[in-house]
Design a protein around this ligand. Structure first.
Ligand SMILES: C[S@@+](CC[C@H](N)C(=O)[O-])C[C@H]1O[C@@H](n2cnc3c(N)ncnc32)[C@H](O)[C@@H]1O
Length: 328
């Protein structure tokens, strides 16, 4: 646990400290902070989880926000809340101690059940989109960011890693198999994992058409894989923004990587084009780079090479490398 500073910190006022303590000193607000440990939730999702009406929930969120304990981000018409990251106002030790203490407490059963229901609904929405849109997949991808925009950058990054060719590469959400072709040239064992049977079949057909053999196709959910998988490289291109629990999934991936393994994530930077929710089935409107780094660090990764590609169609693509650095 973080050590309490005994000397007054410049910039920290007793008044601000009291605001934080008052905000956290309420059972419901404590529970809200507790469940925001690894995830962001929309106001309506929080209302469902805690069985509260929106005005009451908004009131509590406002108090937490004024105390700098949560921050918000707009996703289309919905506002999502997450825990505030470290800030340099002399009061961060207090906030981090509150978070650390809350994290030792069990989440109440009803809230845990509500959270599971929200995650399941997010996952079902994401899966339904790919089930129903497999035939327009390419057009939908091209609306935002086609593989050709970032594929070469990802391949160059993989080559720069000098991973052993005897290793195993796992691509999550392989789309039409463009990257699988490159992985098959570089790794002895390649697996492709997708939770949509339709999308997986599409990747398989694309690989067969290009006469790429030896790839294992796994129908599974990367958020809670039933298959026992080990890999030296995991690639997730334009997948994270479709996941119900992106932060927790980084932990899952960390645990399936071998020592010295690497995760490469290609995704959108945070954007405000909310038509992507309906047109492309995106659950999240991209991720701010710091948010991704925070999740990766919490999952036990160290941050490696980062590339930010030029903005196209109003979207900026980030290609990120995260290295497995011990177990969490
Ligand atoms: C937008 S496509 C990305 C395709 C490809 N990587 C590309 O860059 O063109 C996202 C893929 O991730 C898959 N996906 C979404 N959620 C998943 C999950 N929880 N587990 C495994 N695959 C998932 C979808 O079924 C879909 O095939």
């Amino acid at each position: 646990m973080t050590k309490v500073q005994s000397n007054p910190t410049p910039g920290a006022s007793l008044n601000q400290a009291t605001t934080i303590l008052k905000a956290a000193g309420d059972e419901l607000r404590g529970q809200i902070l507790r469940i925001l440990q690894h995830d962001a939730f929309g106001v309506l999702e929080l209302c469902r989880i805690f069985g509260l009406r929106q005005p009451a929930m908004s009131h509590h969120l406002k108090i937490l926000s004024q105390a700098g304990l949560v921050t918000s981000r707009r996703e289309g018409t919905c506002i999502f809340y997450r825990r505030a990251y470290a800030r340099d106002d002399g009061l961060d030790t207090l906030r981090q101690q509150i978070f650390a203490q809350l994290d030792t407490c069990a989440i109440p059963d009803e809230a845990a059940a509500g959270m599971t229901a929200v995650h399941e609904e997010r996952a079902e929405n994401s899966q339904a989109f790919f089930r129903n849109n497999v035939d327009n997949f390419r057009e939908q991808q091209d609306l935002i960011a086609s593989y050709s925009l970032y594929g070469d950058t990802v391949v160059d990054l993989i080559d720069s890693l000098n991973l052993p060719t005897s290793g195993t590469a796992l691509e999550v959400g392989p789309g039409e198999g463009e990257l699988l072709l490159e992985l098959a040239k570089r790794f002895k064992r390649v697996s492709a994992l997708d939770n949509s049977a339709e999308m997986l079949a599409r990747a398989k057909t694309a690989c067969e058409a290009k006469s790429i053999g030896g790839i294992k196709f796994l129908l599974d959910d990367i958020c809670k894989p039933a298959t026992k998988i080990r890999a030296d490289l995991v690639t997730m291109n334009m997948v994270l923004h479709h996941l119900a629990r992106p932060a927790d999934t980084l932990k899952v991936v960390h645990n399936l990587l071998n020592e010295g393994g690497v995760l490469i994530i290609t995704d959108l930077c945070q954007h405000d084009q909310d038509w992507a929710h309906d047109a492309c089935g995106d659950l999240w409107l991209g991720f701010c780079p710091e948010e991704l780094e925070h999740w990766a660090n919490s999952a036990g990764f160290t941050v490696g090479n980062s590339q930010f590609l030029a903005q196209r169609n109003g979207f900026r693509i980030q290609v990120r490398q995260f290295m497995r650095s011990g177990s969490v």
